[in-house]
Design a binder for this molecule. Structure first.
Ligand SMILES: Nc1ncnc2c1ncn2[C@@H]1O[C@H](COP(=O)(O)OP(=O)(O)OP(=O)(O)O)[C@@H](O)[C@H]1O
Ligand SMILES: [Mg+2]
Length: 191
């Protein structure tokens, strides 16, 4: 699929993945429903080694749901074991280097949130890239986990803006089209 108006976002994700070959990186892609988080991440990881898991809008919790997705794909040591075993197994897999995508963190169960917190804080001393996608409306627990991720170049935020072409479809006739200021990237200040 051709990805429109996402050169800046792609560049940041690609450079995080390249840097992750020497030191772990975390990228948080935040944006409203349908803005293109999944499309952006899919296009960047395409053709690279990736583990992919998603959180879902469930009534009953599915503890560690995204890791179960990963385990189903990857098999081996990711399938069974304690949280510590799982953390070691994922860190080993990412060392290749590879990326772990956890989609839709706003729906994450508590066990997944804890796992993301642990992994996000260990990863900078290892290799590999953790990519999280999330809508802006977040539960306090999700905000807390995101706020505790490592700072500086090790963790970057990405907020894709609504595309100009998509916006112009809903623009009232006869009104000028304001130029988009483009995607906003925020690298957190060093810890
Ligand atoms: N940059 C883009 N260029 C062209 N099409 C795009 C772009 N970004 C997204 N789309 C299309 O817009 C639709 C919504 O994108 P996507 O599913 O990635 O959104 P999302 O932010 O992940 O939404 P959600 O929060 O519901 O998961 C998809 O059909 C996707 O193919
Ligand atoms: Mg999505």
């Amino acid at each position: 699929m051709e990805l429109l108006e996402r050169d800046g976002e792609r560049e940041i994700l690609e450079s995080a993945m390249e840097e992750a070959a020497t030191a772990g990186r975390v990228v948080v892609v935040t944006g409203e429903a349908g803005i293109g988080k999944t499309a952006l991440v899919s296009s960047v990881v395409h053709g690279r080694p990736v583990l992919w898991g998603a959180c879902d809008p469930l009534i009953t919790p599915r503890p560690m749901g995204p890791l179960r997705d990963v385990a189903r794909e990857a098999g081996g040591p990711l399938v069974e074991g304690s949280r510590e075993d799982l953390l070691s197994a994922v860190l080993d897999e990412l060392r290749a280097p590879a990326a772990l995508v956890v989609e839709d963190l706003h729906w994450a169960d508590d066990a997944t949130l804890d796992f993301v917190a642990l992994l996000g804080r260990r990863l900078p001393r290892s290799r590999g890239c953790l990519i999280l996608t999330c809508r802006p409306e977040q539960r306090p627990e999700v905000r807390r986990v995101l706020a505790a991720l490592p700072r500086g170049s090790r963790c970057r935020g990405c907020t894709p803006r609504r595309r100009r072409r998509a916006r112009s479809r809903t623009r009232p006739r006869g009104r000028p089209c304001a130029r988009s200021p483009g995607p906003r990237w925020s690298a957190r200040s060093a810890a």
